[in-house]
Ligand binder design. Structure first.
Ligand code: FE2
Length: 254
């Protein structure tokens, strides 16, 4: 079984590059199941119903997110009605929405879990504690984790702790694709960050002018999403019939 796991889709450039290339990538890599991080898909922050529908119509099976999941008010109105838009499981436990779920696909039970890191992020519950609880009652065949975090060491330590116990852990949030994709010693596929599916010529998605103004002056600044052409950043994870990872391949498509 082959998985396509797509990095943070950012604004219109991200949607356009998905529209242009996703079908081709799926075909070329014989993809069965698609997971995409959609927390930046609506104007760079959050996900509205329209853009949730856009990803579902493009064949995305599960949408993960991160710190921006509730930035669009509309998300509160539909997140509880769907089972395939995840918010980080270790967010404030009073928040609505699912942080992990199992999907029956062909003859497999595929669990997808979304977590957020602690370093340089808004306060979240201990991801290890939450993950251990999830794993206690887990009877899935395949378990894929989107760990939405800033610090590379935090992502690797987390993946290392669950090496051999989960199928794959992919990092998201930094919007910069790392070149360290590999299968860890006990079999878990890993990459520190998938990178951004969004405008190439931008500051992690935003228009450079406003970002530079803020860096120079320290004044409050509203960032505008860059409208420059996008790049699709993802990995393909290939499993054998026993659900063991055989390959993790990093891709960038313009
Ligand atoms: Fe994020």
């Amino acid at each position: 079984m082959n998985f396509l796991i797509i990095g943070d889709i950012y604004s219109k450039s991200g949607r356009d590059v998905i529209e242009k290339n996703l079908d081709k990538v799926v075909k070329e890599n014989n993809i069965d199941f698609i997971i995409a991080n959609g927390e930046n898909i609506s104007h760079g922050k959050g996900i509205n119903k329209n853009h949730y529908d856009f990803l579902k119509n493009k064949g995305v099976n599960v949408i993960t997110s991160g710190n921006h999941i509730f930035k669009v008010k509309e998300t509160f109105e539909f997140i509880e009605q769907v089972d395939d838009l995840l918010r980080p499981a270790n967010m404030n436990s009073y928040n609505i929405g699912l942080g992990t779920n199992v999907y029956n696909f062909k003859d497999k039970k595929i669990r997808v879990t979304n977590l957020m890191g602690k370093s340089f992020m808004e306060h979240v519950n201990n991801p290890y504690e939450v993950m251990d609880k999830i794993m206690e009652n887990d009877n899935s065949d395949i378990h894929i984790v989107d760990f939405h975090a800033e610090a590379s060491a935090e992502k690797l330590a987390f993946a290392w702790n669950y090496d051999g116990k989960i199928t794959a852990l992919v990092g998201t949030h930094t919007h910069v694709q790392t070149a360290d994709e590999r299968i860890l010693p006990k079999g878990t596929a890993f990459i520190t960050d998938l990178g951004m599916t969004g405008p190439i010529n931008s500051i992690i998605g935003a228009n450079p002018d406003e970002v530079i103004f803020k860096e120079k002056t320290g004044l409050p600044t509203k960032f505008k999403p860059s409208e420059n052409p996008g790049i699709l950043c993802a990995v393909v994870v290939c499993l054998d019939n026993e659900n063991n990872c055989k390959k993790i391949k990093r891709i960038q498509v313009i």
